[in-house]
Design a protein around this ligand. Structure first.
Ligand SMILES: [Zn+2]
Length: 355
């Protein structure tokens, strides 16, 4: 589709190609409509969430465990700030866990080393076999995508695969070490605050299928895993979590998204702080990522196949919030097709035939 001719929400820039989007006669999208309705309730939900998060953290600290929490640590800007915040503000005993998808920028790998040392935090990694990831990637590129629109409105199919593994492998570490709390650094635009109302029902921002009813918002763990389980079965098992099959007495941690409640998210402050800690911005990732070299693959193929940028949902949220201009949001959609085709990773993975 010709990019110039794509119809967009007049207010937030969401394109007509975006999953689940509908426009009013005035040209305003349904995401803006729900944003406005929700805005009225947001501050009271945030206050309540903050109170409950703090209660949970304080009650855990009294237990004096070896690890109070496990943090999904990608080495990117947000999870780096999150480590600092949890260590500095709450003095938590943290176990940082990195999912190594074999495509972390070398600078991100170095950042991880520098930061955990500087903050004196225990750190472990789980490495995915490259062949498995590439096999999934190619399978997704050569067939209709099996993931629901709720997920694809938040991230590319490439990120769905890794995010499912981030949850799966970090939850398994929490189980192994009996860590009661898990943190993920989703930014407010990456995960809708409405979904955080889960917390009031199950004391966790992420829940397991056995805990909820049909009408609840998305079970991200289940819907990321099930399509892969159908295609790859046992091969994916070590890296994903069987949300719907947890046993009655099985230990699972509460999962919190602190950037929604505990932190007033401000990118400028985040960068200032993490630069102070010795974090350096990778130069080899795309503008939407501060750690992963595969992210650009997800961006490129989502644009090419479906006509929208997988970060436009997050960017349009910032436009509604007044933190990004409409025109600046569109700039992220620029694609250097020739540069992409000749990129070493595209060649290394044998993706040229999908271009
Ligand atoms: Zn809109």
């Amino acid at each position: 589709m010709d990019k110039e001719k794509i119809k967009r929400c007049k207010r937030c820039a969401l394109p007509e190609t975006y999953p689940g989007v509908k426009f009013s006669e005035e040209g305003i999208c349904n995401y803006c409509f729900y944003y406005d309705i929700y805005k009225e309730r947001e501050s009271s939900i945030k206050i309540q969430l903050k109170k409950e998060f703090l209660n949970l953290i304080n009650s855990l600290k009294k237990k004096k465990k070896k690890y109070d929490c496990v943090v999904a640590y990608s080495g990117g800007k947000d999870s780096t700030f999150l480590l600092y915040f949890l260590k500095n503000k709450f003095k938590l005993n943290i176990l940082a866990h990195t999912l190594d998808n074999c495509f972390l920028s070398p600078q991100a790998v170095n950042n991880i080393k520098v930061i955990v040392k500087r903050l004196n935090i225990a750190h472990i990694s789980t490495k995915i076999p490259t062949e498995l990831l590439v096999k999934i990637l190619k399978s997704d590129l050569s067939s209709p995508l099996p993931y629901p629109k709720e997920l694809l409105s938040m991230m590319s199919s490439v990120c769905v695969v890794c995010q499912g593994m981030v949850f799966g492998t970090t939850l398994k570490q929490a189980q192994k070490y009996k860590v009661p709390l898990m943190f993920i650094g989703y930014t407010p635009g990456q995960y809708p605050i409405i979904s955080l109302e889960n917390y009031f029902k199950v004391k966790s921002c992420v829940y397991f299928s056995s805990q909820v009813y049909k009408d609840d918002p998305l079970d991200i763990i289940k819907i990321a895993r099930d399509p892969l389980d159908e295609r790859f079965g046992k091969e994916i098992e070590p890296y994903y979590f069987k949300s719907q099959y947890i046993e009655k007495d099985e230990f699972v941690p509460s999962v919190l998204f602190p950037f929604h409640a505990l932190v007033d998210y401000d990118e400028k402050i985040i960068y200032e702080k993490i630069y102070d800690l010795g974090w350096k911005k990778p130069q080899d990732t795309d503008p939407c990522s501060t750690n992963c070299l595969l992210n650009m693959i997800g961006n490129y193929f989502t644009m090419k196949r479906f006509g929208y940028h997988p970060y436009i949902g997050e960017l349009s949220f910032l436009v509604r919030e007044g933190k990004l201009s409409y025109q600046n949001a569109l700039q992220y959609e620029y694609m250097d097709e020739a540069g992409f085709a000749s990129h070493p990773i595209v060649k290394q993975l044998g993706l040229s035939k999908y271009l």
